[in-house]
Structures are given as structure tokens and as C-alpha cells.
Design a binder for this molecule. Structure first.
Ligand SMILES: CC(C)(COP(=O)(O)OP(=O)(O)OC[C@H]1O[C@@H](n2cnc3c(N)ncnc32)[C@H](O)[C@@H]1OP(=O)(O)O)[C@@H](O)C(=O)NCCC(=O)NCCS
Ligand SMILES: [Zn+2]
Length: 188
């Protein structure tokens, strides 16, 4: 028996998987085919569309829609009212249909700031931090701090959330990093 919590104001469609310890708060809608991991938290007014995959220990703040085509890894944080997309050139008259939705992958530990917009067909690398209000229009390297419209990399961020100095050693937790093709990688 899996124990998770769904507030009575929320609707969970048939054929949905929700992991142990996950909490779905007020006025949410989890649509058919969604697969949600353990120990996640869904704030007020969150929509999880059909067939969306959400990892473990993911936190979604209020007013977020996770559209079909979006995949969230473990420990992803979605700030309040951040926006995903799955069609770059939408037309009401010429809908493209499920098969043509574009993907958005958010890798383990990445955080998306309040009111940020993520254009589809991109990957946000692990432990990246998207600033409040940014518009992501490119792939994001691991541990990148991305700010502005369009979002540009302005720095690097530690797994713990601290902004890193030039030497890539975290002043808060002591983790050390090196640069790679895809952003930063921890040096153990
Ligand atoms: C980017 C962030 C991590 C702070 O980084 P920081 O480097 O410590 O920021 P500072 O406050 O020192 O500001 C540095 C510069 O970045 C600018 N800046 C800060 N946040 C910004 C943002 N989201 N977008 C664009 N510019 C931003 C500041 O205006 C400042 O510019 P200036 O040097 O021209 O004056 C933070 O502002 C942010 O956006 N965090 C996300 C918060 C959030 O959405 N949380 C959701 C859960 S509540
Ligand atoms: Zn750190």
C-alpha cells in the first residue's frame, strides 16, 4: 500500500502513479498517464498534464502547469508561477497534436525561479539555477546561473545553492568543481 496525500479539492485522473510520501495540495489536477515519484510536493493550483514524468523529492510551488513533454528529474524545484511550453509556434486553428509536442528535460536538482519561462526543446542541466523572471531559450549547462530575457549564464551555482566564486570552491559547503563541456562537474 502506497501512502500519499491528495487534498480533497484536487482531482487525480485514472491511470496515474503517485509515489509514497508525495503531497498534492489544494486545487491541483493530475492528468491521466502522469508518473510522479516519492516525497514530492505540489503547491496550490498545479496542473500535471497527461503522461508527464516527475522524479522523486520534486517541489512544485503554486500556479505551475507541467505540460505534456516535460520531464522533471529528482530534486527539481519549480518556483511559483514558472511556465513551461511544448509548442514553439502555437496556432489555435492548426493544433499539432500530442505526437508533435516538444520536450523539455529538467535534470536532477535544477531550480527554476519564480515566474521564469522555459521554451521547449531544451534541457536544463543538473543543479542549474534559473533566476526569477528569466526566459530560457537555449540548453542550460549543469550548475549554470541563468538570468534575464533571453536568459544568459552569469555565473555558476553549487549543488547547495550557493553562488560559486572564480575558483569553483563553495564557500558554504566546500564542494569543488571543474569545468567540462556540459557545465560544471563536482571533483570528489
Ligand atoms: C539570481 C539570484 C539567485 C541572486 O543572484 P545574486 O548574484 O546574489 O544577485 P544580486 O542580488 O547580488 O544581484 C546581482 C545582479 O543581478 C541582478 N539580478 C538579480 N536577480 C536577477 C534576476 N532574477 N534576473 C535578472 N537580474 C537579476 C541584480 O539586479 C544585480 O544587478 P546589478 O549588478 O546590475 O546591480 C536571485 O536574484 C534569483 O533570481 N533567485 C531566484 C529566486 C526565486 O525565484 N525563488 C523561487 C522560490 S521563492
Ligand atoms: Zn555549496
Amino acid at each position: 500500500m502506497t501512502y500519499y496525500f491528495v487534498h480533497p479539492t484536487s482531482i487525480v485522473d485514472d491511470n496515474v502513479e503517485i509515489g509514497e510520501g508525495t503531497k498534492v495540495w489544494h486545487f491541483c489536477h493530475i492528468q491521466s498517464g502522469a508518473r510522479i515519484g516519492k516525497n514530492c510536493s505540489f503547491g496550490q493550483n498545479v496542473n500535471v498534464s497527461n503522461n508527464v514524468i516527475v522524479g522523486n523529492s520534486v517541489k512544485i510551488q503554486n500556479n505551475v502547469s507541467i505540460y505534456e513533454g516535460v520531464e522533471l528529474g529528482d530534486y527539481v524545484f519549480c518556483g511559483p508561477s514558472c511556465v513551461f511550453t511544448n509548442d514553439l509556434t502555437p496556432r489555435a486553428k492548426y493544433p499539432k497534436g500530442h505526437a508533435n509536442y516538444k520536450k523539455t528535460i529538467v535534470e536532477v536538482g535544477a531550480s527554476i525561479g519564480a515566474n521564469a519561462t522555459v521554451l521547449c526543446n531544451h534541457t536544463i542541466g543538473k543543479w542549474a539555477l534559473i533566476g526569477a523572471g528569466a526566459v530560457v531559450t537555449s540548453n542550460v549547462p549543469a550548475h549554470a546561473l541563468m538570468l534575464g530575457v533571453p536568459a544568459k549564464r552569469t555565473g555558476w551555482v553549487c549543488e547547495c545553492g550557493e553562488l560559486l566564486q572564480k575558483n569553483l570552491i563553495c564557500l558554504k559547503c566546500g564542494r569543488k568543481y571543474k569545468k567540462t563541456e556540459n557545465g560544471l562537474e563536482e571533483v570528489k
